[in-house]
Design a binder for this molecule. Structure first.
Ligand code: BG6
Length: 478
């Protein structure tokens, strides 16, 4: 018997820059990922301020969802998706971020996408900003370091809220906003990388700029939520955090405290602001320790108070350990790094697989905030083998997802109000951290490879049929 709500939102998640391609089509301007080259697990992808002719930029074609959306959404519908999480690429609507009028061709594309979803009974869940800042705003303003970006973001929100009324109900203001709490966030999340050329995940860190830029995002998010609530009462507004659960490596009280600090910094700082509407009590000391002073304008406290989100969403891939001891080994991860947990195995990219950590996280989040929760990213990035007959036997992916859904069911039994589940990269797409195609998450295989070749044809993996059965049984048949 299913423990999930009758209206549970089963689906999948993607981001415009990682799957649409058509990076300069129909008036679109460049966003930060369009200036990021490909990399590998061991070679970092580069951010280049201009397009360099000898480099490969995977977002430019990606899997060309822009021209395949009907076929792809039909495949999602075949699996029984109730929802589809995607982002709007800001630069399709405002190519430099500063135009006074939106780009009609860009707006029309998302009309087609959302209409197609509706035709199949799929509810869109839209990320307003998924690492897709107009690059022109980086060059001119150093991204979110400048408070003017709040106005540009609001213009963008107003345009899409008005245009997609009746088509979109669920909105997320910023993808993984807490990436800004990590040095990694300077490039993709905050765009505070004016003139920088180098590894996209390893720009020299400047905590002062980073946390001030994040403050501007909090203000922008709160204003967007308030505006939506005032003008479109049917809209449901969510935050989105990259939740990286961490455990104390030992029972040494120093490790317990170190982990508490890490959890606050990595996982709670942003959502405490976005859900509770004010900075947490521990923020002041954290700023002191980081050598940061946040400049706030009169009225900011009120803006944050009036713009709290309706539901909490997060990505969950892995967990970490935190320790003060020097005998532990460092792990790899998407945005945060910690230490290896001897009880867990890791993916080929070093991300520690921890399904029980999902139950634990869901409980921690719901206990803290008591608003509906949704897992909007989860999955296993893996190398798939395409057989000669066009099949892909991805039992490892099924095992990963099954184990996580089992733990979601446990969390529901624990009392968590869980709204839905959208595994990441439901169709193979470009990796955000490495720019690879080889790191695949999808139920649908796409013939597109790291050297840019491939005919872009779509094939159903074994996990496609498995997930269809999971949705049909509302999560009872795993
Ligand atoms: C999340 C991002 O951090 O993780 C996605 O929101 C990203 O954009 C996903 O793709 C998986 O990470 P990666 O690096 O394997 O693509």
């Amino acid at each position: 018997m299913s423990v999930f709500r009758d209206d549970f939102l089963w689906g999948g998640a993607c981001a415009a820059n990682q799957f649409e391609g058509a990076w300069d089509v129909d008036g679109k301007g460049p966003s930060i990922p369009d200036l990021c080259t490909n990399g590998t697990h061991t070679t970092p992808k580069l951010l280049t301020p201009t397009i360099e002719p000898d480099k490969f930029y995977p977002s430019h074609e990606a899997i060309d969802f822009y021209h395949h959306y009907e076929e792809d959404i039909a495949l999602f519908a075949e699996m029984g998706f109730k929802t589809f999480r995607t982002s709007i690429n800001w630069t399709r609507i405002f190519p430099t971020g500063e135009e006074s009028e939106p780009n009609e061709a860009g707006l029309a594309f998302y009309d087609r996408v959302f209409d197609c979803c509706k035709k199949h009974g799929i509810e869109p869940l839209v990320t307003i900003s998924h690492y897709e800042l107009p690059y022109a705003l980086v060059e001119k303003y150093n991204g979110w370091a400048d408070r003017k970006l709040v106005d540009f973001y609001m213009n963008y929100c107003k345009a899409i809220f008005a245009r997609y009324q009746g088509k979109v109900k669920y909105w997320l203001t910023f993808n993984e906003i807490n990436a800004g709490m990590m040095p990694f966030g300077g490039v993709l999340s905050l765009g505070t990388c004016k003139g920088y050329r180098g590894p996209a995940v390893a720009m020299p860190d400047d905590p002062q700029t980073r946390l001030q830029a994040l403050h501007h995002q909090f203000i922008a998010s709160a204003l967007a939520v308030k505006y939506a609530h005032d003008h479109y009462p049917e809209y449901k507004m969510g935050n989105m955090d990259c939740f990286i659960t961490s455990y104390p490596y030992t029972c040494d009280p120093a490790d317990i405290l170190a982990n508490q600090q890490a959890m606050r910094k990595t996982n709670w700082y942003c959502s405490d602001v976005q859900v509770r509407g004010e900075y947490p009590a521990y923020a002041k000391r954290l700023w002191e320790e980081m050598g940061v002073t946040i400049h706030m304008e009169p009225g900011d406290a009120e803006i944050l108070k009036n713009g709290t989100v309706d539901f909490y969403t997060f990505s969950y891939y892995m967990s970490n350990c935190i320790t003060t001891h020097d005998d532990a080994t460092k792990t790899e991860g998407n945005v945060a790094q910690g230490f290896k947990n001897p009880y867990l195995k890791a993916s080929d990219w070093g991300w520690q697989i921890d399904p029980q950590g999902l139950r634990y996280s869901l409980n921690e989040i719901y206990d803290r905030y008591r608003i509906p929760v949704m897992v909007v990213e989860n999955g296993l990035g893996a190398r798939d083998t395409l057989e000669a007959d066009g099949t892909v036997h991805d039992s490892y992916r099924i095992d990963y997802l099954r184990a996580h859904i089992e733990q979601m069911a446990e969390a529901v039994k624990d009392g968590v109000d869980l709204m839905g589940y959208t595994p990441w990269g439901c169709i193979d797409l470009v990796s955000a951290s490495t720019g690879e195609m080889a790191k695949r998450y999808g139920f649908i295989y796409v013939k597109k490879y790291d050297d840019g070749t491939g005919d872009l044809s779509r094939l159903r993996k074994d996990s496609f049929y498995w997930y269809k059965k999971v949705i049909a049984s509302n999560g009872a048949d795993l």
